[in-house]
Write a protein that binds this ligand. Structure first.
Ligand SMILES: Cc1cc2nc3c(=O)[nH]c(=O)nc-3n(C[C@H](O)[C@H](O)[C@H](O)COP(=O)(O)O)c2cc1C
Length: 175
């Protein structure tokens, strides 16, 4: 099995509402097709002066995540939960193999027009994969109102996460 198929094998095993498992995946790993896909992708929206990875540092593979509407057993919102589970499995498996990954939700829907796409399939998410180049630091938010990731002068990518305290809720009970 190829590495990319191994990762999709992890994705497919994730929990699924009503066990519907409505997701299918297209593996893209040729340089030609990767180059065609790149212009459709939106990178790091908070980094307004960064246009995304430069040539030579771009992803070497993509996994396109397609919703197969004929496999839906409930509302589409449930399927989107499943996709979060599936892609987390995929990305954790990739990390274990020292492959970096990023989900890209901000893609131009015209991406579908590159493919001979049957009407029951919809691209919902693109997972970009490749050799990690950046150093990423996960850190606690300094200000809970500002969750924007940022790059420092050394190009290190900082990702502020809300504090545990701010994620814990203590609700009073009704009488
Ligand atoms: C559903 C989803 C969609 C995302 N879409 C994009 C995207 O379009 N472009 C991008 O550069 N990053 C995207 N990301 C990556 C997030 O920006 C990233 O997960 C966030 O900054 C937290 O960083 P971390 O994943 O390193 O913890 C997406 C993440 C998720 C979960």
């Amino acid at each position: 099995m190829t590495t990319l198929h191994e990762l999709i094998d992890l994705a497919r095993l994730g929990g699924s509402a009503r066990n519907g498992q409505p997701w299918q995946y297209v593996v893209v790993n040729t340089p030609e097709l990767c180059a065609k896909i790149f212009p459709y992708l939106g990178w790091a929206g908070y980094l307004t002066d960064w246009k995304g990875p430069v040539e030579g540092e771009r992803p070497s593979a993509y996994v396109l995540c397609l919703l197969n509407k004929t496999r839906l057993k409930g509302p589409e919102s449930e399927a989107q939960f499943d996709l979060g589970v599936a892609t987390q499995n995929l990305l954790l498996g990739a990390m274990e193999k020292r492959i970096g990954g990023c989900r890209i939700g901000a893609f131009n829907p015209q991406l579908a027009s590159l493919f001979d796409m049957p009407g029951h399939l919809v691209i919902s998410l693109v997972v970009a994969l490749g050799k990690p180049r950046e150093t990423v630091i996960i850190e606690e938010c300094k200000n809970e109102d500002d969750v924007r990731y940022w790059r420092d002068e050394h190009g290190v990518h900082h990702v502020p996460k809300r504090s545990l305290k701010s994620c814990l809720l203590n609700l009073g009970l009704r009488e």
